[in-house]
Design a protein around this ligand. Structure first.
Ligand code: NCD
Length: 328
C-alpha cells in the first residue's frame, strides 16, 4: 500500500490546515499563530480552565491503537472545554480486532457525524491515508504516528520553551536518548527549526542515533557532557523498547550512566536550563527523580500546555473546515 505524503493531504484547496498530520510544512507564521492561540487558552493550575464554544455541536472521537494517557486525556478535555461531545473507542476491543480495516472503522464514525478523529497508531503513513479518504468536513488529527510524527507534542514543547525563554533564536536545545524511535524528537525538530532555534542538538548512543539524512542540520553528540555544555533546554526521552530489535535494547546500567539526566551532569548546562520530558518517564533511568521533580523541571507545565495546544489545534481545524463550507 502506498500512502500519500502527510504534508500534501493536510491542507484544503485554499491552503488552510484541515487536518494536522505533520509539522513539516507549517510556516513560522502558522506555528506562531497556533502557539499564540494555545497561550490564550493556558491557565495556571488552580484557576478554572479556559472554556469556550468553538466546537459546540461537534463530535470528536479518540481512536488510540497504541497506549496513551496524557495525549488521549488532554485531547478529550480540550474537546470538551470547547463545547464538543467526545467518544473514546477502546481499540483493544474494537472491530479492528475482528478484522475490520481502519478505514471501515473511520467510515462508520463518519456516518455517525463525527467531525474530528484523533488517532494514534504504530503504522507509518496511516493518518495521511485516512485524511485522504474522509469526507471534506472531517478532520484527522495525528496523536502519534509510529516513530515519525506527533505534531501536538511538538507544539506543546515549543510553547513550553517559548514561555520560559521568550525567543528561539539563540537557544541551544538538546534532545537526549532514543532519538531514532522518537516521534516526539522529530516533531520538536520540525517545529523548532522552523521557529529558528539557534542550535538543535541530539545526543544518543550510536545504536539509537538516527541515520545521517534524518534530522538535517541537527548537531550530533555521542557524549552527554559535551551536548549539555551551554544548553538552554534539555529534553529527555523514554527508551522505546517496543520499537526496537532485541539487539538495540541498551543495557540499563550503561545507558543511565552515560545518558541519564542527573543533577550532577546538569551542572554543565546554563544556570537557567529547563528540563523537559514528554512522559511516560522511567525515573532513575533516563532521568533522575530529583531532576524530574526539581526546580529546573517543566514537565508538568508541558502537560498543562498540552491541553491548551490541543484546544488551539481543534479550534483551528474546525474553523477552517467551516470557513471553506461557507465560502464555497
Ligand atoms: C510519547 C509518545 O507516545 O510518543 N508520549 C506522549 O505522547 N506524551 C513518548 C513516549 O511514548 O515515550
Amino acid at each position: 500500500m502506498t500512502y500519500p505524503l502527510s504534508h500534501e493531504v493536510q491542507r484544503d484547496p485554499d491552503g488552510r490546515l484541515r487536518h494536522l498530520i505533520t509539522l513539516e510544512d507549517l510556516s513560522r507564521a502558522e506555528l506562531t499563530a497556533l502557539l499564540d492561540l494555545a497561550q490564550f487558552y493556558v491557565r495556571v493550575p488552580g484557576d478554572l480552565p479556559a472554556r469556550d464554544q468553538s466546537l459546540a455541536g461537534r463530535t470528536v472521537a479518540n481512536l488510540f491503537f497504541e497506549p496513551s494517557t496524557r495525549t488521549r486525556v488532554s485531547f478529550e478535555l480540550a474537546a470538551r472545554r470547547l463545547g464538543a461531545e467526545t467518544v473514546n473507542l477502546d481499540m483493544q476491543s474494537s472491530s479492528r480486532m475482528k478484522g475490520e480495516t481502519v478505514l471501515d472503522t473511520i467510515y462508520t464514525l463518519e456516518a455517525m457525524h463525527v467531525d474530528v478523529l484523533v488517532m494514534r497508531d504504530a503504522q507509518p503513513g496511516l493518518p495521511a491515508s485516512v485524511a485522504a479518504a474522509v469526507e471534506p468536513f472531517v478532520s484527522i488529527l495525528n496523536a502519534g504516528e509510529a516513530h515519525l510524527s506527533h505534531p501536538t507534542q511538538g507544539l506543546l514543547d515549543a510553547l513550553t520553551i517559548r514561555q520560559h525563554k521568550r525567543h528561539f533564536e539563540n537557544l541551544k536545545v538538546v534532545v537526549v536518548g532514543d532519538i531514532e524511535h522518537s516521534r516526539v524528537a522529530r516533531s520538536a525538530w520540525q517545529a523548532l527549526t522552523t521557529l529558528g532555534v539557534g542550535e538543535f542538538a541530539i545526543a544518543a548512543p550510536a545504536d539509537l542515533m538516527p541515520t545521517a539524512g534524518d534530522f538535517a542540520r541537527a548537531t550530533r553528540y555521542d557524549r552527554l557532557d559535551r551536548a549539555l555544555a551551554g544548553a538552554d533546554v534539555v529534553m529527555a526521552l523514554r527508551v522505546q523498547r517496543e520499537r526496537m530489535q532485541e539487539a538495540q535494547i541498551p543495557d540499563e546500567a550503561t545507558y543511565s550512566r552515560e545518558f541519564g539526566i542527573t543533577a550532577d551532569r546538569l551542572a554543565g548546562a546554563r544556570a537557567d536550563v529547563i528540563v523537559m520530558h514528554p512522559g511516560p518517564m522511567n525515573r532513575g533511568f533516563e532521568i533522575a527523580a530529583e531532576v524530574a521533580d526539581g526546580p529546573r523541571s517543566v514537565i508538568r507545565q508541558q502537560v498543562t500546555n498540552g491541553v491548551a495546544v490541543r484546544m488551539a489545534v481543534l479550534a483551528t481545524v474546525v474553523r477552517n473546515v467551516q470557513a471553506r463550507r461557507h465560502f464555497q
